[in-house]
Design a protein around this ligand. Structure first.
Ligand SMILES: CC(C)(COP(=O)(O)OP(=O)(O)OC[C@H]1O[C@@H](n2cnc3c(N)ncnc32)[C@H](O)[C@@H]1OP(=O)(O)O)[C@@H](O)C(=O)NCCC(=O)NCCS
Length: 150
């Protein structure tokens, strides 16, 4: 069975934090507010490198909203590794990590045009809990998806 390993970034290290910024700028070009180095280093989000068969295939992260509620963010598979179900595995891996630390509910906000991630989350038992028109900025509509962890 395919297995993803998550290894935490050290955000105190500007080079590691810069790597996240670079990945976000490359893969979230449609985002109106890509993260800055200052923001990433400030913390608030726990980021991971994701490995599959010894190679880094992407990143993911979460932020704690409450001690039992986490929002997963930046679940990203690098272009050369897409279409092999690694996105689904990575989504599951970050959820498992949240569960491991005692989280009872995970949420994720996804742009309305990101059908792949919506599909992945729905298949994994998330439900659409909200639709937010003009959310991050005018024209940037988002779904919020949530799953209660049993
Ligand atoms: C979203 C992303 C992680 C998917 O990675 P991936 O490894 O190619 O995804 P997978 O192979 O696991 O699965 C993709 C799923 O989307 C489905 N899909 C593909 N194109 C689709 C479309 N146009 N509409 C709906 N579903 C689609 C696939 O059929 C597959 O679902 P299935 O398992 O039910 O067949 C990747 O495209 C990515 O990193 N995108 C940029 C970052 C991003 O947007 N992240 C999400 C932030 S919320």
């Amino acid at each position: 069975m395919k297995k993803i390993e998550l290894r935490p970034y050290n955000l105190q290290d500007p080079l590691e934090a810069q790597e996240i910024v670079n990945i976000a700028h490359e893969y979230y070009q449609k985002s109106p507010w890509p993260p800055t180095l200052e923001k990433v280093m400030k913390g608030g989000v726990v980021y991971f490198r994701a490995f599959y068969e010894g190679k880094q295939i992407g990143i993911s992260g979460y932020s704690l909203k409450t001690p039992t509620l986490a929002e997963t963010v930046k679940t990203t598979v690098f272009k050369e590794f897409r279409g092999q179900k690694l996105g689904a595995l990575l989504s599951q891996a970050i959820e498992d990590e949240c569960k491991r630390i005692g989280i009872k509910k995970v949420i994720s906000t996804v742009y309305y045009f990101n059908h792949m991630m919506v599909q992945i989350k729905l298949k994994q038992g998330y439900t659409i809990e909200g639709y937010h028109p003009d959310h991050e900025a005018p024209g940037y509509h988002e779904y919020s998806l949530g799953k209660i962890l049993k």
